[in-house]
Design a protein around this ligand. Structure first.
Ligand code: ZN
Ligand code: FE
Length: 245
């Protein structure tokens, strides 16, 4: 049985993600950066059974880690993050790297190193759901900025995420989809799937709803950065997007 997944809107446009393994009722929170809404979501989840056992961090930026210590203090949950970023993350109860397995009850996440946005960025892939928590690497219709990595590193990280099963739920760190859609339409105006997704995204946002999770196969058809056939096109798109308004 797969995970139950819910996005928790925090800060201005971030998502923390609350996960429940239905067999064991174990709970996890991904990237808890704002205490009040995250604690409210955890309390709500614990009220119907289960306990928070894991805090999963994708990368060291404040808008992904800021409430992790406070959540650990209040819940006793263990913080998991990239060993590569030890000095820039809260104290880790478990430091992980490429290929490591992280168990949430009966649900197992595989750690995938996805550098590019930051050097130590990791993603958590739960194969049985399937779902991937990819922080600021793959966004719906977009990809993270290259703050610490080269275009080649990010291109490779995106390719690795793109190779996951098509039904994988992409659970990213920000609600950037509407702005990303404007760029996607400009970059690939002849792609009808992008126009369709842009309309769906606008309707969801008008209704105050999240645009993620989104199935990977839809991203394969609509995300300009996944559609880029090679590194040079990817690099061109990434630098164009940096200047795009
Ligand atoms: Zn970030
Ligand atoms: Fe972020």
């Amino acid at each position: 049985m797969g995970l139950e997944i819910r996005p928790v809107p925090i800060l201005s446009d971030n998502y923390a993600w609350l996960l429940r393994d239905p067999a064991s009722q174990a709970l996890a929170i991904v990237d808890p950066a704002e205490l009040a809404p995250v604690l409210a979501a955890i309390e709500q989840a614990e009220a119907i059974g289960g306990r928070l056992s894991l805090i999963l961090l994708t990368h060291h930026h404040a808008d992904h880690i800021d409430a992790a210590e406070a959540v650990r203090e209040r819940t006793g949950a263990a913080i998991v993050g990239a060993g590569a970023d030890l000095g820039r993350l809260p104290r880790l109860d478990r430091a992980v790297a490429e290929g490591d397995a992280v168990a949430l009850g009966d649900s197992i996440a595989q750690v995938i190193e996805t550098p590019g946005h930051t050097r130590g960025h990791i993603s958590y892939f739960f194969a049985a759901t399937p779902a991937v928590f990819c922080g600021d690497t793959l966004f719906s219709l977009g990809c993270g900025r290259l703050l610490e990595g080269s275009p080649a590193e990010m291109f490779e990280s995106m390719r690795r995420l793109a190779s996951l099963p098509p039904e994988t739920l992409v659970c990213c760190g920000h609600e950037y989809t509407e702005a990303n859609a404007r760029f996607a339409v400009a970059a690939l105006s002849s792609n009808p799937a992008i126009a369709e997704r842009a309309a769906e995204v606008a309707a969801l946002r008008r209704a105050g709803k999240p645009t993620v999770p989104v199935r990977l196969e839809l991203e394969q058809e609509t995300n300009p950065f996944l559609l880029a056939p090679d590194l040079s096109e990817f690099t061109r798109l990434r630098s164009w997007k940096d200047r795009f308004r």
